[in-house]
Design a protein around this ligand. Structure first.
Ligand code: GLN
Length: 339
């Protein structure tokens, strides 16, 4: 429907750079200080072990495409990646089977409903709708080429580790806690199967999906993973090309429309960046061509997004000049020389 290959992806990218490193350090520290005492929101406990998180944890990390690292607070505290894994598994699926097929099997439109909504599937004739809600994420995990569920898990674990630039490990306690209570996700997978929308065994796919959500990361890892999406697929710390630039472009488009659940429109309006959040309190926000913010604080709003993380991202988006939709008048920014 839309012409996709008119220009090389490098010519489609946005421009600009982060402010100088010392300024970024100051602003990350200022954002942390500004919101550290904000106690609104509640810690998720529908996965029982998540309820044990310390609500005061708060870490902020900015990683630039130049490899610069700017951090404040609890950036080394491990937490499970949860829904943020959906963004990177989607990227791996696009890389493995291509943009068109993922679009056709999963979709890219927002449901306007909660991430674990069953009715969203029913209302859309069995379509998982998009890869950032649970039905779409489960369908996306099922699309990864793998003969067995061990192989599927290895593809996920290895791929997400390359985004992070270090071997990520499973948090066994969270995996077990969620496995014992994930009846809803199992029901969603069976429902997708009944509509012919699941490309692998339902129970096995939910198990891999539950593991991918239980990979342990910290705020620093999230910023590195996001910066890889901002850097045409090259991890700015390891130099590895993890996925092609086209895959980053496609992933960020889906994050912009669906990454913050049913709050995606408000988020884009206020913050202007593709982003993804998870129920343990992580957020990754990506500024293409510049870098990414990794935020972590466990208190969530009603949609399941970290309250401090959202506020810090809003502050940093403005202070660092990250909003994709912001522009200055051309004549003002170029000395008025219009010739
Ligand atoms: N593992 C969680 C679930 O499936 C992830 C949800 C989330 O982070 N929003 O419910």
């Amino acid at each position: 429907m839309f012409e996709s290959d008119v220009l090389d992806v490098a010519q489609q990218s946005s421009t600009g750079a982060l402010p100088p490193g010392r300024r970024v350090d100051e602003l990350v520290t200022a954002a942390h200080a500004r919101y550290a005492s904000d106690d609104s929101g509640v810690v998720a406990d529908y996965i029982p072990v998540l309820g044990q998180a310390d609500p005061s944890w708060f870490g902020l990390s900015v990683v630039g495409v130049d490899g610069g690292v700017h951090e404040a607070g609890d950036t080394g505290i491990p937490f499970t990646i949860q829904s943020i894994s959906k963004a990177f598994v989607f990227a791996l699926a696009c890389q493995a089977i291509g943009h068109e097929r993922v679009h056709e099997r999963v979709g890219v439109n927002n449901t306007g409903l909660a991430f674990n909504s069953v009715i969203a599937v029913e209302l859309n004739a069995g379509s998982p709708m998009n890869p950032m809600v649970n039905p779409g994420a489960i369908a996306t995990t099922a699309l990864l080429p793998a003969a067995t569920s061990d192989e599927r898990w290895a593809v996920v674990c290895d791929g997400l580790s390359r985004f992070a630039g270090r071997p990520l490990e499973l948090d066994d306690e969270v995996y077990r806690s969620e496995s014992e209570t994930n009846h809803r996700n199992r029901a969603i997978a069976q429902l997708l199967h009944s509509y012919g929308r699941l490309d692998a065994d339902a129970d096995e796919t939910v198990d891999v999906y539950t593991r991918q959500c239980a990979l342990a990361v910290d705020a620093h890892d999230l910023a590195v993973m996001g910066a890889t999406l901002a850097d045409g697929g090259v991890n700015p710390l390891t130099g590895e090309q993890v996925v092609p630039a086209e895959v980053c472009r496609d992933t960020l488009a889906v994050l912009a429309s669906c990454g913050m659940y049913e709050r995606s429109g408000e988020w884009l309006f206020e913050i202007g960046l593709p982003a993804k959040s998870g129920v343990s309190g992580g957020i990754v926000a990506v500024s293409p061509g510049k870098g990414a913010v990794g935020a972590f604080s466990p208190r969530l709003d009603a949609a399941g997004n970290s309250v401090r993380g959202q506020r810090a991202c809003a502050y940093l988006s403005r202070a660092l000049g990250l909003n994709l939709f912001a522009s200055a008048r051309w004549a003002t920014s170029s000395n008025g020389d219009a010739s």
